[in-house]
Design a protein around this ligand. Structure first.
Ligand code: NAD
Ligand code: ISE
Length: 335
């Protein structure tokens, strides 16, 4: 399958490497980035053409499917153009920067009549999260009551502004919990906590968010994007008869000089590297049949709507205003 990639920054380039070397059945044939020098370098690395506009990638007759890895506020229009062209698209999260824009994508896909969109919620493909999902589905901890989540990044670039820890980072917890619990999140409350002096002044960091699901489960999620010490993602579901927690890949425990040290990953690539490969393989397999599965446009819409409620919260419990879920997305999205 010939893939066109829009956005050749950090994750776009990583995805191109994976599509080129670790995923079966795909090759990258066209790229576009507003940073034309970067696009040219990456195109040369992949043996792809470097196009002048994003639409030239989407409309390129040789391109059979598109991967969108530009910044979040560009996603919705690019995905709408892919749907109009009838091409399967893997869109990095978030699907859109507003729930209205995400809903337009949902409506366009429903009108098209078949799934074309997969959203880059790669945690659904991670072995640790799949273990939690399997234990829950088998009823091993009884009925889930609450979930504790932690999402810590070492640091973020200056382009990470405003409420991005909610709209760009928390959306992973939102999607993972919706998927693990198989229910929608209906309310969000952001609790004020002291700010880290090490965070960029324009950021409120860390954030503590309480989410409530439609069946009354409460999720507490800490998002701390300047935690400095490592990339640390945790999730524990507390049930009526036990708990199940995320098991992260380990590089072993080193004992020396009177201590034990367990290395932590320092970024998402080190922590979720295999999940990205499995996500891309699933996408290529479905896209080469002209469709999509895994996290859907509806999942992208729901995550953005919850993040929007969290942004609006400012300490108050804020309801999530979700549209009616179209039949195209009935049933659970499998990883
Ligand atoms: P980045 O800043 O490293 O790369 C973005 C690239 O997009 C840059 O090269 C920039 O020049 C280019 N760009 C900007 N506007 C563009 C436009 N209109 N058209 C085409 N290209 C444009 O950012 P990144 O970290 O690679 O993040 C990109 C996207 O991937 C974001 O939506 C982010 O949330 C998502 N992301 C997801 C994960 C994950 O774990 N799933 C991890 C990192 C990033
Ligand atoms: C980034 O865009 C990602 O998606 C990472 O997985 C996440 O940990 C980080 O907070 C985001 O900024």
């Amino acid at each position: 399958m010939n893939v066109g990639v829009i956005g050749t920054g950090a994750i776009g380039t990583d995805h191109i490497r994976r599509l080129t070397g670790r995923v079966a059945g795909a090759r990258v044939t066209a790229v576009f980035d507003v940073d034309t020098a970067r696009a040219a370098t990456v195109a040369a690395m992949a043996g792809a053409a470097s196009h002048r506009e994003a639409d030239d990638v989407i409309d390129d007759p040789a391109v059979e499917a598109v991967l969108v890895a530009s910044p979040g506020d560009t996603h919705a229009d690019l995905v709408l153009a892919c749907i109009a062209a009838g091409k399967p698209v893997l869109c990095e999260k978030p699907l859109a920067s507003t729930s209205d824009a995400a809903l337009k994508v949902v409506e366009a896909e429903v009108t098209y009549g078949r799934r074309l969109v997969q959203v880059g919620f790669m945690r659904r493909y991670d072995g640790g999260y799949l273990g939690v999902k399997t234990a829950l589905a088998a009823g091993r901890i009884g009925e889930p009551l609450l979930v504790h989540c932690v999402h810590r990044n070492v640091s973020v670039p200056p382009s990470f502004t405003g409420d991005m820890s909610l709209t760009d980072s928390l959306v992973h917890e939102v999607d993972a919990c919706r998927w693990l619990l198989d229910q929608e999140i209906v309310a969000a409350t952001v609790v004020d906590v002291p700010h880290s002096p090490l965070a960029l002044p324009q950021l409120r960091d860390p954030r503590l968010v309480l989410l409530e699901t439609e069946r009354g489960i409460v999720i507490d999620a800490e998002v701390f994007v300047n935690a400095r010490y490592g990339y640390d993602v945790r999730c524990e579901v507390v049930g009526t008869t036990g708990t199940v927690a995320l098991d992260a890949p380990s590089t072993g425990v080193v004992a020396l000089e009177g201590g034990r040290v367990q290395a932590l990953p320092m970024d998402w690539e080190a922590r979720f590297g295999q999940a990205y490969v499995d996500e891309l393989q699933a996408w290529v397999d479905a896209a080469s049949q002209g469709t999509a599965d895994g996290p859907s446009a509806w999942d992208g819409y729901a995550a953005t709507a919850v993040a929007e409620a969290a942004v609006a919260s400012r300490g108050a419990r804020t309801k999530v205003d979700l549209a009616e879920r179209p039949g195209l997305y009935s049933g659970e999205s499998l990883p």
